[in-house]
Design a protein around this ligand. Structure first.
Ligand SMILES: *[C@@H]1O[C@H](CO)[C@@H](O)[C@H](O)[C@H]1NC(C)=O
Ligand SMILES: *[C@@H]1O[C@H](CO)[C@@H](O)[C@H](O)[C@H]1NC(C)=O
Length: 249
């Protein structure tokens, strides 16, 4: 019933001051968003990861262990956005807090796990490659100390980028459990579609991989692994193991 000229349908996550000239609130308007689901136990690894994201990123932390203030020892924590609710997965948060109309200004959205080593990763370089190859849904190449199951996203050393959609699906069928996507990166348009497909009660993201292809056409060209910027999966117990490994609070 509202006249269209007074409807404001989109927002952003930019923080505003309570005083002064609103035009000066944002010296840099971040074009990208990175969200990590974190617990205090991974503080060191997460701190190292955040350093790889420039001031062109809005940093969002989903705290699934209830500890928030403890992060203030890091300088970047003051400009980060912190959302805390106990024992929820990153997909629970993403569905509730990353509605496409809320994250509308961001060109790319990273929704990452906390246990990723980023020594060989640089976010700005990553985005250059994603643009160069026109990837709508991507993930850095993955190295790991233990895996047999990650061939799909495993880093290759002979390419900058490889398109992995076919393997993605095949592997999902074989080892359903290991396919949880750990470091996905979505373009704004792909995210608008993926957000709508995340079921309200989706727990760990298993099964989401199957349907991602509905969001990008042609999937075999626009879903890929960026080998030249890669991450290391530490494979530490995180939220999934929490019921065995209680987080003290
Ligand atoms: C941030 O984005 C601007 C504009 O695209 C670019 O010139 C600058 O190099 C970026 N910052 C970093 C640290 O890469
Ligand atoms: C690239 O990977 C292949 C197969 O894993 C290996 O044999 C080769 O030594 C690697 N090359 C480099 C430069 O790391």
């Amino acid at each position: 019933m509202l006249p269209p000229e007074i409807v404001v349908s989109k927002s952003d996550l930019y923080q505003r001051r309570l005083w002064g000239d609103p035009n000066e609130d944002l010296p840099i308007k971040p074009k990208y968003l990175v969200a990590f689901a974190v617990s205090l136990k991974q503080k060191v690894v997460v701190n190292a990861a955040v350093q790889k994201f420039s001031e062109n990123f809005t940093i969002l932390l989903f705290h699934y262990d209830g500890h928030i203030n403890e992060w203030d020892e890091f300088e970047w924590s003051k400009r980060a956005i912190h959302i805390g609710t106990r024992r929820q997965t990153k997909w629970w948060y993403a569905k509730r807090f990353l509605h496409p109309d809320i994250v509308a200004p961001y060109e790319y959205i990273f929704i990452w796990d906390e246990d990723l080593g980023v020594k060989n990763f640089d976010a700005e370089e990553y985005i250059k490659l994603v643009k160069k190859y026109g990837l709508e849904i991507s993930q850095p190449g993955l190295e790991s100390n233990k895996d047999f199951a990650y061939q799909i996203t495993q880093r290759r050393n002979d390419t900058e980028v490889h398109n992995s959609f076919i393997n993605f699906v095949l592997l999902s069928m074989i080892t359903h459990r290991f396919i949880e996507i750990m470091a996905p990166v979505f373009s704004k348009d792909a995210w608008r579609c993926v957000w709508h497909m995340i079921q309200n009660d989706l727990i760990h993201g298993w099964g989401l991989d199957f349907t991602l292809r509905k969001c990008v056409e042609p999937a075999h060209e626009k879903i890929g692994v960026v080998d030249a910027q890669w991450v290391f999966h530490h494979a530490v117990p995180t939220l999934i193991n929490q019921k065995y490994n209680e987080v003290k609070s």
